[in-house]
Design a protein around this ligand. Structure first.
Ligand code: SF4
Length: 384
């Protein structure tokens, strides 16, 4: 049965073009165009499993309403295909959570849901199909342990991202649990400064009110901290942030007391890390004219791949082949813009240089290979 569904999934996201390019040394050449493919790209193990479980759930409960709490992963094509297969999204207009009942099936996405939402769905008697990725569960395990031991979880992540909201909620399972979400090094630096020498308590609370557990008191809740992160952040940045906190705690309490005040676990998932490493290797190996990064505009790991590339080469983050409007115009999400579905999309003209062209290509963990294949084919059509 499982094999049958795996076959269905493979057919839905046919990756024949990508398979061919991989077999050809990750290189596609046609006329003046050469495309170099990152050695790790596209669907990760967690996403593949989640999408597979969703299709299985639809088949296994034929007479019942099957829902997703929201996007299963951050890719509009994958989500639309699930809608087309009869799976309803509780986040869609007109859907009512309070109408859910014992006969309904609810699929939980790869990045998980909050403790509160899980409890509410269970109370209603819904059948839950939990696709939360094992790498996310690993983060939850660490955050839960911090809470049990009275350490505040410092989460490097995006406070509005579903995964970070779910992770933060894990800290509140224990009365001593606290969390604080930091987006980047600038926010981490502000928190580290408070750890070192204190500061304006009211201003701190105001600045981080949307990112901290209820009643967060920096004078009390920054004494013992444990670092964690959203699994799809930039690994280098997460590691730097961890070291910033280690240094601040050491300065405040001394190296000999570090173990009583500081903990850290590397919770970037291996799939994210492999994709980030692969794109760095690609940029080292080839002199590229430009880089295409394919994935949803609200996909955190795709946005971070684009950030890595943009530091080294002209980069366009596109959501699908339709963004390649023509040899003259491309629609794309400006690198560094907020990662939201409704994010600003820019149009750049004159994007494709003339003459021999070397293009790097990668895709986020929520991008199926058929989309990558379509991008290759469309780009080729502009270079004949
Ligand atoms: S990106 Fe990592 S944590 Fe997220 S679903 Fe994929 S494997 Fe799991």
């Amino acid at each position: 049965m499982k094999e049958a569904f795996a076959g269905e999934l493979a057919a839905a996201y046919d990756g024949a073009v990508v398979d061919e390019v991989r077999a050809n040394g990750y290189r596609f050449a046609a006329g003046r165009l050469t495309i170099h493919l990152a050695r790790e790209l596209g669907f990760c193990y967690g996403v593949e499993r989640a999408v597979d479980y969703a299709y299985q759930a639809r088949r296994r409960f034929p007479g019942q309403r099957v829902y997703l709490t929201g996007e299963i992963i951050h890719n509009p094509h994958v989500n639309q295909r699930l809608r087309d297969n009869g799976i309803r999204f509780l986040s869609d207009p007109g859907e009512q959570r309070d109408e859910l009942g014992a006969g309904d099936v609810v699929i939980l996405p790869a990045f998980g849901v909050t403790v509160g939402e899980m409890a509410r769905l269970a109370e209603r008697g819904c059948t839950l199909v939990d696709t939360t990725c094992g790498s996310v569960l690993n983060v939850w395990k660490n955050v839960t342990r911090y809470a049990q031991d009275g350490f505040t979880a410092i989460i490097h992540g995006k406070v509005k991202h579903e995964e970070t909201r779910a992770t933060a909620s894990q800290a509140l399972k224990y009365p001593s649990g606290r969390y604080l979400v930091v987006l980047d090094k600038a926010e981490a630096a502000a928190v580290c400064s408070y750890i070192r020498q204190g500061g304006d308590r009211a201003a701190f609370i105001a600045r981080f009110s949307a990112a901290a557990s209820p009643g967060f008191d920096p004078d009390v809740d920054l004494v013992r901290v444990g670092c964690a992160n959203q699994t799809t952040m930039l690994m280098s940045e997460s590691l730097e942030i961890g070291e910033m906190f280690r240094a601040a705690i050491t300065d405040r309490y001394g190296a000999e007391a570090l173990v009583q005040h500081f903990r850290a676990f590397d919770t970037i998932c291996s799939a994210t890390q492999e994709r980030q490493d692969a794109v760095a290797a690609l940029l080292d190996e080839y002199a590229l004219d430009l880089m295409l990064v394919v994935g949803g505009y609200n996909s955190s790991n795709t946005c971070n791949l684009a950030r890595i590339c943009a530091e080294r080469v002209r980069t366009f983050h596109i959501s699908d082949p339709d963004c390649l409007v023509s040899a003259d115009a491309i629609n794309h999400r400006p690198v560094g813009a907020p990662s939201t579905t409704t994010g600003r999309e820019a149009t750049t003209t004159g994007w494709l240089p003339s003459g021999a062209l070397s293009v790097g290509l990668t895709a986020g963990a929520s991008t199926p290979n058929n989309i990558v294949g379509q991008v290759i084919k469309r780009l080729e059509s502009f270079c004949r």
